[in-house]
Ligand binder design. Structure first.
Ligand code: PEP
Length: 249
């Protein structure tokens, strides 16, 4: 396993056309003149993966998908398989993002099956977990993420390259973030659950924080114990903003 180096990954969600690839050029040029201290990845919409992989070829920028189907092929209109993402040039894939759990009814069991499929296709899964505001206010944040970890991580992840992203649902796209103490508390609980599920060998697997990470709060969040990187939505769309976050790692 690589690991212990932080991973900063951008999630473009359903944003970006061919013209947006100029942002990759901005990022690429900056990272070539001053290398990042962390691993860097961008996850564009499926339509851009192949073109972004070409734009990033030979650079330190990895390219990922935002979801994949658990099945390898078949009559699943509109879906893409893990092997298709890999074939297009992706090396990572975000799975179980709250926008998929909530908007597409994805369960922990399905996320686990997708993670297994991703590994099988040679992709590094980034498995997302996180509590809703209601669960946070009811004091259930740690219990919720623990149960998501136990059910969303397939046992085959042991010894493999993957990451977990802790993304409180109420912090995504809202400008709100938990306190640094709250982030540390949940990240420690995620680590404990990962070890319980997959054994002590995953002690260095990165646990990313996601939810309103911006250039001005990235450094303090990335310095929190057990924070092994960031999953960034809105602030990853512009190369200059994303770079500001990368420089905080
Ligand atoms: C996300 O969607 O994974 C995310 C963290 O979004 P934002 O950074 O915009 O809150």
């Amino acid at each position: 396993m690589k690991q212990s180096v932080k991973l900063v990954a951008g999630n473009w969600k359903m944003n970006g056309l061919g013209a947006s690839l100029t942002e990759v050029e901005v990022l690429r040029a900056a990272l070539e003149s001053e290398p990042a201290a962390c691993r860097v990845a961008l996850c564009p919409p499926a339509t851009l993966i192949e073109r972004m992989a070409r734009a990033a070829a030979g650079s330190p920028i990895g390219v990922g998908g935002q979801d994949c189907r658990a099945e390898t092929h078949g009559a699943f209109t509109g879906d893409v398989s893990a092997a298709m993402l890999r074939d297009a040039g992706a090396t990572l894939v975000i799975l179980g993002h709250s926008e998929r759990r909530q908007g597409h009814g994805e369960t922990d069991l399905l996320v686990s099956a997708k993670a297994e499929a991703a590994l099988g296709a040679g992709l590094e899964p980034i498995v997302c977990v996180g509590e809703t505001l209601q669960q946070r206010e009811a004091g259930q944040a740690v219990d919720v993420v623990r149960s998501q970890i136990m059910a969303s991580l397939p046992l085959v992840l042991a010894g493999r390259d993957f990451a977990v992203a802790y993304e409180p649902v109420w912090a995504i796209g809202t400008g709100l973030t938990p306190t640094l103490e709250q982030i540390e508390e949940v990240h420690r609980a995620v680590r404990a659950a990962m070890i319980e599920r997959l054994g002590p060998g995953i002690a260095a697997t990165p646990i990313l924080y996601g939810g309103s990470v911006k250039p001005d709060n990235a450094a303090e969040i990335l310095a929190v114990p057990e924070v092994g990187g960031a999953l960034v939505g809105g602030a990853s769309l512009r190369g200059a903003d994303f770079l500001g976050i990368i420089r905080g790692a």
